[in-house]
Design a protein around this ligand. Structure first.
Ligand code: HEC
Ligand code: HEC
Length: 210
């Protein structure tokens, strides 16, 4: 056997060893592209992929408007509708006024795969603040508000990326959207691809379609 033929047998175990510590470590964003190194056209392409995520029911059904109603797009139904059982999040956005979301959506990082069971996450289940409404909004509207610190929780571009990482570290809502379990359709792409797209969009100066 020529020595070169041994290479795959030597390299494969090495890769496994290298991958182990990464998997166990805290979640980290890949290094951000240099500002100015991403063209506006590339930024708009990244936005198109971001838009497909943020307007997907797994994300938008919690980012709802001033009626304080969570939305449901249930497996086996073909229409999105207000959450069943007359659930109302109230101005607290966590149901404090009536029935707390956590009564059913317990805070847990355990696997979440039972069909039609209330999904859960590692943080307290609740609607996003009303100024972060995505449901029923157009892509350009969501784009404009997502880069507006008055309406995105006071975040600059890097702050948006940090939010995604921070949420994922706690097993929060964003990773849930990419792996919702229970036969639900996941948000398009992967968590890592979404982080990368937000970084590209930010480095391009957060361009929005007209
Ligand atoms: C009485 C129990 C109960 C309460 C209280 C409750 N939910 Fe739910 N929720 C469910 C169940 C059950 C499902 C899963 C339905 C299914 O998949 O068939 C669900 C699913 C959801 C979904 C996923 C919908 C989708 O299409 O991905 C969201 C979002 C949601 N609830 C938000 C909330 C919010 C916000 C609150 C508090 C204001 C809340 N829920 C309170 C039982 C509850
Ligand atoms: C269970 C409800 C819920 C789901 C599902 C959810 N979010 Fe959120 N989201 C929130 C809450 C609550 C906040 C406010 C957190 C904060 O500002 O610290 C938020 C804030 C955000 C923000 C901050 C900036 C802004 O303008 O909204 C981003 C970005 C975000 N979510 C992305 C996502 C993405 C991407 C998905 C789907 C993959 C998703 N969220 C699904 C509840 C949810």
């Amino acid at each position: 056997m020529k020595p070169a033929n041994l290479a795959p047998f030597l390299v494969a175990p090495l890769l496994v060893l290298l991958a182990l510590p990464l998997a166990a470590a805290d979640i980290a964003a890949p290094p951000a592209p240099e500002p100015g190194s991403v063209s506006e056209a590339e930024g708009l392409d990244a936005w198109a992929r971001i838009e497909a995520v943020v307007s997907h029911p797994r994300c938008a059904n919690c980012h709802t408007g001033p009626d304080n109603l969570p939305m449901w797009s249930i497996v086996g139904e073909d229409k999105t509708r207000p959450h069943g059982m007359n659930i109302h999040a109230g101005e607290s956005r966590i149901g404090a006024e009536t029935l707390a979301c956590q009564t059913c959506h317990v805070t847990s990082t355990a696997p979440n795969d039972v069909a039609h069971a209330p999904p859960h996450a590692g943080i307290e289940w609740q609607l996003a603040p009303v100024e972060m409404q995505w449901f029923d909004k157009t892509g350009p509207e969501i784009c404009a508000q997502l880069k507006d610190p008055e309406r995105n929780g006071g975040r600059d571009g890097d702050g948006l990326v940090e939010h995604l990482i921070h949420d994922a570290e706690k097993d929060g809502f964003v990773p849930w959207g990419f792996a919702p379990g229970g036969g639900r359709e996941k948000a398009p792409g992967t968590f890592d691809e979404h982080v990368r797209d937000v970084q590209l969009w930010v480095a391009a100066g957060q361009p929005c379609p007209q």
